[in-house]
Design a protein around this ligand. Structure first.
Ligand code: GDP
Ligand code: MG
Length: 340
């Protein structure tokens, strides 16, 4: 508050009307902080609390920190990843005291999470085609609905293609979402060729001048060859409708609660398909939200969205600054100790 309460001289004009995004940003940060509270508390209270401040870093302190991270069920991968960062930062003199750890992680992690670009790449000429892939149960269909809701809300007229034709229930699930969101959906009969649904979707998107075509896919693509064949067919279906460069985004949905498994899936999909972004679903249901860090590092594909619950509003475009702030939200911890 203090920052903004500086008194103005009476004749001083306020700066030109920039839209004030502060309340919205603050709301988003609160929502994110709440959603990843399980991860946040583990990190702050049990891990950073364990080492104490005001000490010169030495091997013992780093070993204790590592132990505390693992004990706190922070995930072996994430603990190792963070410890590697800290050990090399200590060796090359970027950090010296325990007080340096948090500021260092804040800066370094933000940089790592943003340098590949987190924004959706839209086609120069609409429609933008976004293919959504991932294993069964990862959260694809829900994430497609969330994306549709977010796109519509930001003025992008969206068509859905229910190309998971293996189960009638999957089509029904997406249909229900489309009705709630108020966007059009293209479906095929159960067992229909998924590419034919993508084709119909592309046709419809062009017909009505939609901005975005979102294609939901089946998760039953156990082998790389199946996956590649399926995705190639869907790509060709879009190409047949002369949508240049489609799909413009291939978003891989990962279940954040699965930790290392999510990393393995991501590597498999990355090899089979040209994955351009990650949608990390179910961040709300895990104390392992730090997996974002190791996934980002290992998979080398930017996180573009996070899923924070089961409703369409429970998502956010990934904002690395906010994510890191929410992860290290020490203030939030002291303000709301009862949430622990
Ligand atoms: P699909 O098989 O990949 O299409 O997965 P679904 O979209 O059907 O989702 C599987 C389950 O995960 C459903 O019960 C969803 O409600 C749930 N789910 C998806 N995303 C999230 C999320 O971000 N948070 C939580 N808590 N649940 C989610
Ligand atoms: Mg599905």
């Amino acid at each position: 508050m203090g920052l903004f309460s500086k008194k103005k001289k009476p004749d001083e004009q306020p700066p030109p009307a920039e839209p004030d995004t502060r309340p919205e940003k603050k709301g988003m940060l609160q929502k994110l902080t709440r959603a990843i509270s399980r991860t946040r508390m583990v990190l702050n209270r049990r891990v950073l609390g364990a080492i104490g401040l005001g000490q010169k870093i030495n091997d013992d302190i780093l070993d204790n920190l590592e132990e505390a991270m693992i004990e706190a069920d922070f995930g072996v991968e994430t603990s190792e990843f963070l410890m590697d960062l800290l050990r090399s930062a200590w060796k090359n003199g970027r950090i010296e005291a325990t007080d340096d750890i948090l500021p260092f992680l804040r800066t370094d992690l933000k940089q790592r999470l943003t340098h590949r670009g987190n924004a959706v790449k839209f086609a120069d000429k609409p429609p933008t085609v976004i293919l959504v892939v991932g294993v069964n149960g990862a959260g694809k269909t829900t994430s497609v609905a969330k994306l549709a809701w977010w796109l519509e809300k930001s003025g992008h007229h969206t068509v859905l293609a229910a190309a998971d034709t293996f189960r009638a229930a999957a089509v029904e699930q997406l249909k229900t979402w489309s009705e709630r969101i108020g966007c059009e959906i293209v479906t095929g009969a159960e067992g229909a060729d998924p590419a034919s649904v993508a084709h119909k979707g592309a046709e419809r998107a062009l017909e009505i001048g939609a901005d975005v075509l979102l294609v939901d896919t089946a998760g039953r693509l156990h082998t790389q060859k199946n996956l590649m064949d399926e995705l190639r067919k869907i790509r060709n279906a879009c190409a047949a409708k002369k949508i240049e460069g489609a799909p413009h985004e291939t978003i891989l949905v990962l279940d954040a609660t699965t930790g290392q498994n999510a990393v393995n899936q991501a590597m498999m999909f990355k090899e089979a398909a040209n994955v351009t972004g990650l949608f990390l679903a179910k961040l709300d249901g895990t104390a392992k939200g730090g997996a974002v860090l190791s996934i980002n590092e290992k998979v080398e594909v930017p996180v573009k969205f996070v899923g924070l619950g089961e409703k369409v509003e429970d998502m956010q475009p990934f904002d690395a600054d906010q994510f890191v702030e929410a992860l290290f939200d020490l203030e939030g911890l002291t303000e709301n100790p009862e949430q622990a």
